[in-house]
Design a protein around this ligand. Sequence first.
Ligand SMILES: Cc1cc2nc3c(=O)[nH]c(=O)nc-3n(C[C@H](O)[C@H](O)[C@H](O)COP(=O)(O)OP(=O)(O)OC[C@H]3O[C@@H](n4cnc5c(N)ncnc54)[C@H](O)[C@@H]3O)c2cc1C
Length: 436
Amino acid sequence: MKDEIFDVVVIGAGFAGITAARELKNHGYKVVVLEARDRIGGRVWTSELEGHKVELGATWIHWFQPYIWAEFMRSELTLHEDPFLPPITVWVEGTPQELEFDRFREILQDVWGRFAGDTELGHLMEQPYEFERLAERSSLDEITIQDKIGELGLSPLEEAVFAAEISVQTNAPPENVSYLSQLRWWSASGWDVGLMVDCLARYKTNEGNSALIEKMAARAKLDIRLDSPVRSVDQTDALTVIATRDGRRFTSKRVVCALPMNCIKSVEFNPPLGQEKMSLSQEEHAAKGMKVLFTTEGEPEGHAIVAPPGATLNLLNPIREEGSTRIYVGFGTDGTAFDPKNLDEVNHVLADLHPELKATASTGHDWSNDEFSLGTWHMPRPGQNVGVEQAFAEAEGKVHFAGDYLAKGWVGFMDGAIESGFLVADEIHKAFEDKS
Ligand SMILES: Cc1cc2nc3c(=O)[nH]c(=O)nc-3n(C[C@H](O)[C@H](O)[C@H](O)COP(=O)(O)OP(=O)(O)OC[C@H]3O[C@@H](n4cnc5c(N)ncnc54)[C@H](O)[C@@H]3O)c2cc1C
């Protein structure tokens, strides 16, 4: 079989890879995208639950996220607003307590102020995109969220509310996550809890995020090869040869590696990638948590539930009503705690959180054991914010990198993946121009 020849091969058809491919194609280069799965989108996957549209992966977008918002505006898709939480049941030291949403938000606002505000970060991270200065913040990157919570002297109620909320955001136990990771989100949301909650979980497309990325790819008329997991990337002085697991070979002048950081280690690079890049991929980011979606039928009112780290689920929220059906989303820090597709297992977990809550159907995806994601949203462990910045600052020969982990702004978001796709395309375009 003869090699197919391209200017650029993009590995991975998530938002980072699709954006990079589109931008490079718009510059006039011959580009192909090699995608392991039988669909594009990666950690974006719109599915159905009993006929209702649900997002198994990324869901919410916001106009404070400039890259995804620009794509949304161009897409002609429509926006849906998920309602605010109803009165919330908070589990405090093993006992359920009812809290109005306003009070819940007040506690969050106050504790977030103490968690982040007193650290001179108003100065240190005044501009979230000051990514180049991350190294100056290495001391904040070395401590964990749990370390910081431990310093705050929280009351049991404060601790229950804040620790639960932050566990949802990290999708990992707070002792595994860098303090700086959450400060970056806080900074990107304008230092405001209300805005941060809105950025994280209020607005989504009606049509689904898969429709958004499919539109991007279709409009750019990209050449995408599905079912093409890449096995190896061999670099010589002139060209790079990319081989798929089934033995097809593609030759190109440049490569975009748009894989999740956790998956880079599964591709064989010759010569091998630098030790720092490989170590980060082997160490992996921390988020390997749970996202479950389920329906209930005929409930008079919805139940929002918050439970602290250690609980199987840290947050349950009714996000949509369609007729007599209510759709819930739940998050926890252990993606292996139960099977979200097994209704009995789901109801077993729900019974511990609220006696009246009974699911009629459920779904989810095991992103952490999926070999093409090996985790959920990128969530740096201690040292990894600065580590990634330093290790991935340079391309590795002809191989360039893109992905949500490389975002200067919204790291771990669709927005950040798109940002990195734009920047890597510019980097490659410049390299081609410098050569000519
Ligand atoms: C449960 C969940 C909830 C989330 N919620 C949100 C949210 O509400 N808002 C938000 O903005 N973000 C959210 N995210 C994060 C968001 O999904 C990611 O940040 C973003 O989609 C990452 O895009 P990416 O292109 O960097 O990586 P990916 O989307 O992971 O794309 C990488 C691609 O590489 C492919 N690949 C892997 N290995 C190979 C190989 N060997 N050969 C070829 N291809 C390969 C994968 O199949 C994949 O298509 C969520 C993620 C998850 C999992």
